[in-house]
Design a binder for this molecule. Structure first.
Ligand code: HEM
Length: 157
C-alpha cells in the first residue's frame, strides 16, 4: 500500500473528507489513543521535535488533546468539543511555526504509526486521506528559501 503525501500551495485550504466510521469501529477509542501516542512519540524524535513538549506530563496532555480530536472526527464522542471547545485548529496552531517541510515530517510520523495498525488497507487509506489533505490547513510559515529559485530574479539596483 502506497500512502503518498500531496503537495499544495502555501495557504491553500483543500477540502478534507472525514475518515469513514468503520475506521474507529475497527480500532476503538483505545486504539485511537494508542495511535496518537505513537504519533507523538515519533514526533518528539523527529526534526520538528522543537515544536512539541519535552516535559513528559505536558506530552501526555498533548496526546490527550489530540486523541480527543481524532476520536471526535472519526465519529466517536465529542471529547474535544467538551474539553477544549470549538476546534478552530488552524488558530490553535498559530503559535507554532509550521512550514511545508514540517507538515511532511508530521505526516511521515503518522504514516509510520498508521501502518502499524492491523486493519484493512481501505480503512488506513481513509484516515490517511483526511490527515494528508487537512494538514495543509496548519501550514502557516513559508519554507526557508535557501539556494537558487529558478526563474526568480532580484530587481536591479
Ligand atoms: C490533520 C492535521 C492536524 C491535526 C488534525 C492536528 C491536531 C491537533 C490538535 C487537536 C492539537 C491540540 C490543540 C489544542 O487543544 O490546543 C494540536 C496541537 C499541536 N499540533 Fe497539530 N494537528 C495537525 C497538523 C499539525 C502539523 C502539520 C503540525 C506540525 C508540523 C502540528 C503541530 C502541532 C503542535 C506543535 C501542537 C501543540 C502541541 C500539542 O498540544 O500537541 N499539527 N494538533
Amino acid at each position: 500500500m502506497e500512502l503518498k503525501i500531496n503537495s499544495y500551495a502555501f495557504g491553500e485550504r483543500p477540502q478534507a473528507v472525514l475518515p469513514v466510521p468503520e475506521f474507529l469501529q475497527a480500532i476503538g477509542e483505545e486504539g485511537a489513543r494508542k495511535l496518537v501516542s505513537k504519533h507523538y512519540d515519533l514526533l518528539v524524535q523527529s526534526d520538528i521535535k522543537h515544536l512539541f513538549p519535552t516535559d513528559p506530563e505536558e506530552l501526555e496532555h498533548a496526546k490527550l488533546r489530540s486523541s480527543d480530536f481524532v476520536i471526535q472526527i472519526c465519529g466517536g464522542p465529542q471529547h474535544f468539543n467538551q474539553n477544549r471547545g470549538r476546534p478552530m485548529l488552524s488558530n490553535r496552531h498559530q503559535p507554532f511555526a509550521i512550514t511545508p517541510e514540517g507538515r511532511i515530517t508530521w505526516l511521515e510520523c503518522y504514516r509510520q504509526a498508521i501502518l502499524e495498525l492491523d486493519i484493512a488497507d481501505e480503512l488506513i487509506i481513509s484516515f490517511w486521506n483526511y490527515v494528508n489533505v487537512f494538514s495543509n490547513w496548519m501550514v502557516n510559515t513559508p519554507s526557508k528559501q535557501t539556494g537558487f529559485v529558478t526563474g526568480f530574479q532580484l530587481p536591479k539596483r
